[in-house]
Design a protein around this ligand. Sequence first.
Ligand SMILES: *Cc1c(COP(=O)(O)O)cnc(C)c1O
Length: 382
Amino acid sequence: MKPKTMMIHSGITGDEKTGAVSVPIYQVSTYKQPKAGEHTGYEYSRTANPTRTALETVIRDLEGGANGYAFGSGMAAITAVMMLFNSGDHIVLTDDVYGGTYRVMTKVLNRIGIKSTFVDTSDPEAVKKAILPETKAVYIESPTNPLLKMTDLQAISRITKEAGILMIVDNTFFTPYFQKPISYGADIVLHSATKYLGGHSDVVGGLVVTATEELGEELHFVQNSTGGILGPQDAWLLMRGMKTLGLRMEAHQQNAQKIAEFLEQHPAITRVYYPGLSAHPGHELAKTQATGFGGMISFDIGKEENVDVFLSQLKLFTIAESLGAVESLISVPARMTHASIPKERREELGITDGLIRISVGIEDIDDLLHDIEQGLDAVTNG
Ligand SMILES: *Cc1c(COP(=O)(O)O)cnc(C)c1O
């Protein structure tokens, strides 16, 4: 089955009693056992719930893995994956990982002895050098946020296979519609489903897919033991969102490409970061390991004062954190998502005070371009 067909048909087992075409919301915690100790596959909803199972089947099929698991948020999913490791184990991560991932590694999991090192994973040699005898996994985001740096998934997988350790990929930005890390050797793929998978700014969730059943069983043991599951209502909302993932990703990317090209030639912009531009350092790599370039763009508008002039003119871009939904959102990483990083470190990473990030929605491209253009006119004329 092709991805767009899976989005519609995966996880649908058919309700024998009613013939319901969509998966029912099984708002239930426990299940009648025909005989004490015998059950139907469902005994208690922390362990498994049919609505959640349907969602877990969809993401498993889309990522091409063995097992899927749904959690109450992306961070709950990431934390559960980290609970596969033991005190004393060491993880190598992308240096500009999602802020919440950085926080959980350095402020929570460090307290129970899970150690981490952050390196530029777009440089496979740097990853190789960071691997210690106690390293158990390399954890990657590609592309990263907000500078959209790409990591060579095959190169990292060669390194992790040789070291006999796991490769974990946060695939939130490209989604399985554009990038399937398991096909490049990843052992675990995870998502903040809050973003593109849900796609409508109305649900928080996390999803994990394991390449093997053994890893899946280990993760299910952690999930059932620690309990960070997704409830049936939210599982249903996510599945509803995911039915149009393919259509939405194509629309996001078409709009993003046009906006990135517009920004690239505009005199008020000093730099544009979008993997779909041939000038982007990860462009060629993106072409080989992904089937699209996504809907996230960052650009530098120069002086910090320009940021407020530009933002105050916009009518269609909502100033908000988060990304990946149908409506266009805009953020200022230095003041919002990356404010907790010291200014000097931010400047080193390229996250300047004039950097703006947009999550391009699926509105009409003419309206979006017009909105940006009049905002930039105010910067140029001010
Ligand atoms: C948002 C996000 C997360 C965290 O997910 P939540 O659903 O907010 O807990 C993790 N990784 C990336 C890349 C994200 O964008």
